[in-house]
Design a protein around this ligand. Structure first.
Ligand code: ARG
Length: 444
């Protein structure tokens, strides 16, 4: 779709977002794939009900900058309300939800209505959209029909979607399916989005829901999940609800069927633009991601690449003999060479000599995974950073304590003995510099 005045829009967006360079970078990235492969956006019924304006606003923005997402929506709460109002009973003698003939008839109507509501709202703000309430998902009844007209998706017909995209209209799909002979069946909207994604192989799969993302132990949004490193640990957490665990395993299974570059965003309609067009995002980004490995020495590593990562992220040159000078303890490195933590042992206590993460790797969770690994595997840890380093507040939140001199902040984790803390501070302050003095940007 041709944007009318992308420049204007970006400028407007920037007022809320920040850097123009960042927005343009993501715009280029998202436009680099075939149009139909940009994104599948799954919208829960609840969002259609309560956040329609924000929803169509963020979709219209994508349309204006020339991106065409494929939208699929549910209508759970609306259907439940309609069933209650019509007095259509929906459980069997085992207490399971059953979709009776009356309720599937109702579902058809409700989905049609909600589908047109989204399309209508998009059209009303000048975004061309096409209703596709049926005709995409082919399903079979589950459990031999014991639950009535409920199906499992066995096929996806993308013709209607492609036709809509070629006509420059955003396809809006309902999560309803038909059997091969045309009987309408109710299907789970997340499962439908999953199957749709496998058929279209999009770069992004977005789950829009009223909560802004996946929440962690303290109720805060988990900014990014790097499944290769974090998946098993997260599933073992007692604080993660079983519905979130199910959601994560669904996402894990889905990402395994998509290109490695694909990712999932869980966001609210309100924060979707920020999620897509900034490094930091605003919801939860889930990627299959990559492993962080711990090496005992530099033998198997590409030292030039590692030097590049360190020098880029500190904006300064590393002393030529840095890698040979000290005995090192552990070198943690992400497979992509976008994040590293280099540890030495000082008086028997692990010292974080270098910690470098590219901005991109901060945004997609690899930096977080790396930090998790080093703090998990090194019970005691201390490090120093220049007092004007922008990262200090991040370190502050992750350390047990901090000592400030006129030049350095010394941080530590896992130390409680005063004498030990004192000796670590002295050691850190006495450490010789390993980066050349002429600064060209951010200080380490
Ligand atoms: N905008 C980038 C993307 O969509 C990065 C998003 C980072 N998001 C996050 N919640 N950490 O791929």
């Amino acid at each position: 779709m041709k944007p009318d005045s992308t420049e204007d829009l970006i400028v407007r967006l920037l007022k809320n977002l920040g850097s123009k360079k960042e927005v343009e970078q993501y715009l280029r990235l998202f436009s680099s794939v075939e149009e139909k492969r940009f994104a599948v956006i799954k919208v829960s019924g609840g969002v259609v009900d309560t956040e329609l304006d924000a929803l169509v606003g963020s979709i219209a923005f994508l349309d204006k900058v020339g991106l065409t997402p494929v939208v699929i929506h549910g209508a759970g709460p609306q259907l439940l309300a309609a069933e209650q109002q019509a007095g259509v009973s929906s459980t069997n003698d085992r207490g399971e939800r059953v979709v009776s003939e009356a309720s599937i008839a109702l579902a058809r109507k409700v989905f049609q209505k909600e589908n047109l509501r989204i399309v209508g709202a998009l059209e009303a703000i000048g975004t061309r959209a096409r209703p596709i309430p049926t005709g995409v998902f082919i399903a079979e009844k589950i459990e031999d029909g014991r639950l009535g007209y409920v199906g499992r998706v066995v096929g996806v017909d993308v013709d209607a979607i492609e036709a809509s995209i070629s006509a420059e209209q955003i396809p809006v799909l309902a999560s309803l399916a038909e059997t091969a002979s045309g009987q309408v069946l109710n299907i789970n909207a997340d499962a439908a989005a999953h199957k749709l994604a496998l058929a279209l192989q999009p770069f992004k799969v977005v789950f829009l829901s009223p909560d802004d993302g996946i929440r962690g132990e303290d109720g805060q949004i988990l900014s990014a999940i790097n499944l290769e490193e974090d998946y098993e640990g997260l599933l073992a957490q007692p604080w993660l609800s079983s519905s979130t665990k199910n959601k994560l395993s669904e996402i894990h299974a889905m990402l395994q069927g998509l290109p490695r570059s694909s990712s999932v965003a869980v966001a609210s309609p309100e924060n979707l633009t920020r999620e897509l067009f900034t490094h930091k995002g605003a919801g939860t980004l889930v990627r299959l991601g990559e492993r962080v490995r711990c090496h005992p020495d530099f033998k198997k590593l590409d030292l030039e690449r590692l030097r590049g990562l360190l020098e880029d992220s500190f904006g300064r040159k590393l002393h030529a003999d840095y890698f040979e000078k000290k005995p090192f303890f552990r070198i943690y490195l992400a497979d992509s060479y976008r994040a590293t933590a280099i540890l030495t042992l000082e008086d028997g206590i692990p010292y974080l000599d270098k910690f470098a993460v590219t901005t991109e790797a901060q945004g997609d969770g690899v930096g977080g995974s790396l930090w998790q690994r080093i703090t998990q595997e090194n019970e005691k840890l201390f490090w120093r950073s220049r007092i004007d380093n922008e990262v200090n507040s991040w370190y502050f939140a992750r350390s047990d304590g901090c000592f400030k001199s006129d030049k350095w902040c010394v941080f530590w984790c896992g130390l409680s003995d005063h004498a030990e803390i004192k000796s670590c501070i002295d050691l850190a302050l006495a450490m010789p510099a390993t980066l050349k003095v002429h600064a060209v940007g951010v200080q380490p």
